[in-house]
Design a protein. Structure first.
Length: 394
């Protein structure tokens, strides 16, 4: 989808300078109807994706699973807070004080007609419902409910694939068309070009601190551990898929001295729940939009957003648009983003998708090293044996 998104942005910027207002309003009308449909779908997306994801994790909960989920969630939250902390310090200096949210100025361009499509539930009600039902299914082991929500997830995924993803480039084209017509596109693009450079650097920071911790606990050279994961990083960079990279990630994780048992358990699971790079990226993009649009971005608001997003992104794998689609609920419910602002986040996310995925899968290798060390220590303590570290320190 990346080439179509790029073409949509470029065409919107170029054509917006020459297209008559009547044609711009046609696309504004399409955007209005599409945004209404997207707003209607967001609660259904949350219920359809998050509920079975929580049920799947909770059903087989055990010590090793809880340890892996806890570490993955903690690292994902830390990555989000890193993005927020750096962004809070640096982004205000990069954003021109005269820049305002382009979609707000585009209000002067009214659609030819309006079609209201109210959502069945609001976003927070959908999130709470997903948690309650998902945990309930996990604890009661209800096969009928589980099967029903699994089938509902299939319907939602198909709706995203057929109705949302194909029209998303046209929607983003309409947004940038309106931004260009109102004279705001160039300043917005200039701002996000600077932000993207910082996000790339933060990806490196995340991978370095992950392997510094893993190497310190396992008493191994963290740079060598990180270097061994380079094939997985490059594979994810090319495929933009954590799932497609699992075989390579698994092989390289075993090269880092992780046992077959732990590697085979952690790598596929972390490909689903460990999304540190994606969390940091979405947090930085959302923070930028808040600063440009004059929305609140204090720490309590973003801490709420980050912690909620860490849970919602469990539903990201296998869904077109991945974490960006899973983030629509927290973006709307916590930060108050309208559909146009959400579309900007999706466009930015997809533009950097492969780098976030590469960061995610590389970090999976670091978590596997940590979990392998803790598992060996626990097993040795149970057997009354001294704690012997697998492999000699590099």
């Amino acid at each position: 989808m990346l080439p179509r998104i790029v073409i949509a942005i470029v065409m919107g910027v170029l054509i917006g300078n020459v297209l008559p207002e009547v044609w711009v309003r046609i696309f504004v009308t399409f955007n209005y109807v599409f945004s209404q449909f997207l707003g209607f779908l967001i609660p259904l997306i949350i219920i359809g994706l998050v509920t079975p994801a929580i049920a799947d994790i909770g059903r087989s909960a055990g010590r090793l699973l809880l340890l892996t989920v806890g570490l993955a969630y903690a690292d994902t939250i830390v990555a989000g807070l890193l993005g927020y902390s750096v962004g809070s310090m640096i982004f205000p200096q990069l954003i021109d004080s005269e820049v305002s949210m382009a979609v707000e100025k585009a209000d002067a361009l009214q659609p030819f007609f309006q079609l209201e499509i109210p959502a069945i539930l609001d976003v927070m009600a959908a999130l709470v419902s997903s948690f309650v039902v998902g945990i309930g299914i996990a604890y009661t082991d209800s096969p009928a409910l589980k099967r029903g929500f699994t089938e509902f997830r299939t319907i939602i995924e198909k709706t995203i694939q057929v109705a949302i993803i194909p029209l998303l480039p046209l929607y983003i084209f309409g947004i940038f068309l309106g931004m260009t017509y109102t004279g705001e596109a160039y300043s917005i693009i200039a701002v996000f070009a600077k932000i993207i450079c910082i996000i790339f650097l933060l990806h490196i920071v995340i991978m370095v601190y992950e392997f510094l911790i893993a190497g310190g606990l396992a008493r191994k050279n963290p740079l060598r551990l990180l270097a061994n994961m380079l094939p997985a990083y490059l594979t994810a960079l090319g495929t933009s898929s954590s799932a497609a990279t699992i075989p390579v990630t698994l092989r390289q994780t075993k090269k880092n001295g992780v046992s077959d048992e732990i590697a085979s358990f952690c790598v596929p699971l972390c490909a689903t729940i460990h999304i540190a790079g994606s969390m940091m990226k979405i947090t930085c993009c959302a923070l930028t939009v808040c600063m440009i649009g004059g929305l609140p971005y204090d720490l309590p608001v973003f801490l709420h957003f980050i912690m909620l997003l860490g849970v919602c992104m469990v539903a990201a794998p296998g869904v077109p648009g991945g974490a960006a689609m899973a983030a629509l609920g927290p973006l709307a419910g916590v930060l108050g983003f309208n559909p146009d602002a959400q579309a900007l986040i999706i466009a930015l996310y997809i533009a950097m998708d492969s780098f976030g995925t590469a960061c995610n899968v590389t970090g999976d290798g670091a978590l596997a090293v940590i979990i392998d060390k803790l598992h060996r220590k626990s097993a040795n303590n149970k057997n009354g044996q001294p704690n012997v570290v697998a492999g000699s320190p590099d």
